[in-house]
Ligand binder design. Structure first.
Ligand code: 3PG
Length: 217
């Protein structure tokens, strides 16, 4: 799916999904069934967080499936960009803003979505020509009200609120004009994955897709 896409296409595809599942990888053998479960639920996207020893290999296994759009999350150091790219990541997501990480992404031609939760960080990203930003941690940083407040001075910015987003509040974000998509782990919760409950993953993914469709109707 993603092999012939430009950087902008990758980000547009990510936004078009409306929801970015945030995967905390643990058991490598569960990655392929996890990817299949997301696809079965109509959500062929995954952000694999670089927070566990298994993350790089987990990303590699998921990215072997070219029908999945797989990226790296929680990227905080430039060398992780190289690891992510070598493992097959198509995009990089950061929890905050780092000029060094953005610089390495630029050098490697890797689409990057920095994290922001203040106006100062938004300006730092805009200075680097980046206007698609993760709003993190979304709920703890003021939720939809904060997204609305940031939209006023930065109408050109599109946000991907992540952190504390769930099926219960996703629509509160998705109905805002400045929100391109939301991110969250609720449909790929570590407990579900560990238990091999891929039917639940598919069901929650399908529910997330339905929430996006309704919010954009
Ligand atoms: C992330 O890394 O983006 C967040 O930890 C995901 O937040 P959530 O687990 O609250 O969805």
């Amino acid at each position: 799916m993603a092999c012939a896409l430009s950087d902008d296409d990758v980000l547009e595809l990510l936004c078009a999904s409306g929801v970015v599942p945030v995967v905390v990888a643990d058991d490598l053998d569960l990655m392929r069934p996890l990817g299949d479960a997301l696809k079965a639920g109509g959500l062929p996207v995954a952000e694999v967080t670089f927070r566990s020893a298994a993350a790089v290999e987990a990303l590699r296994r998921l990215a072997l499936d070219r029908d999945l759009l797989v990226g790296a999350g929680t990227v905080v150091r430039p060398e992780q960009v190289d690891l992510a790219r070598n493992a097959g990541a198509r995009f990089v997501v950061m929890p905050g803003f780092s000029s060094r990480v953005v610089g390495r992404c630029r050098e490697l031609g890797m689409p990057v979505i920095p994290g922001v939760c203040t106006a100062t960080e938004v300006i730092a990203a805009l200075d680097r020509g980046i206007s698609l930003l993760k709003f993190f941690p979304a709920q703890a940083s003021g939720g939809p009200a904060m997204v609305r407040a940031l939209h006023a001075p930065f109408p050109e910015v599109r946000f991907i609120p992540t952190g504390g987003v769930s099926a219960a509040n996703a629509a509160d974000y998705l109905t805002l004009p400045s929100v391109a998509a939301v991110g969250g782990s609720w449909m790929v919760a570590p407990t579900l994955v560990r238990d091999g409950d891929f039917a639940a993953v598919s069901k929650l993914a399908a529910q997330a897709v339905a929430i996006v469709a309704e919010a954009h109707a």
